[in-house]
Design a protein around this ligand. Sequence first.
Ligand SMILES: [Zn+2]
Length: 223
Amino acid sequence: MSGGNPRMAQRGATGGEWAGGGGLAGGAGSAGDSVEALLEQTGAHRRGHFRLTTGLHSDEFFLLAQAFQYPQVLEAIGAALAEALKNVLPAGMPVGAVAGPAVGGILLAHAVARCLPARSLFAEKDPGGGMAFKRGFRLEPGEPVVVVEDAVTTGGSVRKTMEAVTAAGGRVVAVGAVVDRSGGAVDFGVPFAALLARSVAAYPPGDCPLCRQGVPLQDLKRG
Ligand SMILES: [Zn+2]
């Protein structure tokens, strides 16, 4: 990838300020709208005509690392997700830790944990195909844990992280995501909070409206 982010640079050059990020942290306006704007501004939400890694074509995709590369944007999104999680958790419930699957959930877990407040952990792939806590991370028996992920489609990484929490003796009390791409299909068995709900619109290459319109196709590089 070439360096920099032309859109961000352009904003700075034209005197654009982080009104969305500041307003979001202060709870001004609709949190969902503000997060959506942040994702658009940072290139984390892209529209066009894309070949997904599955081979299907789509008119949009999310690459949340693009948003998280800006610390103030990460902070705003973490604060918004922490608030959304507080709304689905029983009032006053303490949270010991926020856990995310590596790599996408590491920074997000940290940003959410800062606002709850709680510790921040991450789970990593283990040789058995699941995920586990390494690096000396420990949970107290029955410790309440929130699991967060940047974008949820099937929920596979979230479930593996939930299993890691249980295996470490903790108790998952809620799940949070920046983007829910499941179309409401995921059920983790605990309260779930997402800042944006955007179903995946994916078409087989032979039956794609964007192909029929002649929109140039872009390949997605694996992150
Ligand atoms: Zn197409």
